[in-house]
Design a protein around this ligand. Structure first.
Ligand code: IMP
Ligand code: MG
Length: 178
């Protein structure tokens, strides 16, 4: 399946499932080594990061917890620049080492907002693990501790990421064909 049609758009295969899983395993190995005595709390940012978080956690072997927060900033193909927190955190984060698990950092706005909202919670330290990074799109200063794959500034779908809600179930990553 090299080309997929989602609604009115066509997308071409750019990153295979195998390549994704290899990159995730490398990130997990670094986390296992770096955070082994820190009992980290992984915070998966829904909806997009659900698949990344599931596969990442299978490679994480250190004592850790996982929780979920739901945010959204995208409508269709363009970032709205506004982040809506749909539901938030209930855990006590005081003194915790937190690892935010994101699908993609584009402008960095979502991540910057999320980190700012953790500011009042007495977190010991915050790390960021993202499946994808678009370095050319970055506009905000955000920590980039664990980046699995860097991609060009193109719109992509699959492996959790959507176009208008569709395409999240694709096992690989596909790029918009202009
Ligand atoms: P940012 O706030 O501009 O960094 O945007 C981050 C959020 O926008 C991500 O968590 C994704 O949900 C979404 N996003 C960014 N780029 C893409 C893309 O190429 N395809 C689908 N969703 C994207
Ligand atoms: Mg997201």
């Amino acid at each position: 399946m090299d080309i997929v049609q989602i609604k009115d758009k066509r997308f071409g295969l750019t990153i295979s499932e195998k390549e994704i899983l290899n990159a995730i395993e490398s990130v997990a190995q670094r986390i296992n080594a770096d955070l082994q005595d820190k009992n980290p709390l992984f915070i998966c940012v829904l909806n997009g990061a659900f698949m990344f978080a599931a596969d990442l956690m299978k490679f994480v072997t250190i004592p850790s917890e996982v929780t979920f927060v739901k945010l959204s900033s995208y409508e269709g193909l363009m970032s709205t620049g506004k982040v809506k927190e749909v539901f938030g955190l209930t855990e006590n984060l005081s003194g915790r080492t937190v690892v935010i698990v994101e699908d993609i950092i584009d402008t960095g706005k979502t991540m910057a907002n999320l980190i700012e909202s953790l500011g009042s919670k007495n977190v010991a330290e915050v790390y960021v693990a993202t499946l994808l990074l678009k370095p050319e799109a970055l506009e905000h200063t955000v920590p980039l501790d664990y980046v699995a794959i860097e991609i060009p500034n193109d719109f992509i779908v699959g492996y959790g990421l959507d176009y208008d809600g569709y395409g999240r179930n694709l096992r690989a990553i596909y790029t918009l064909i202009p």
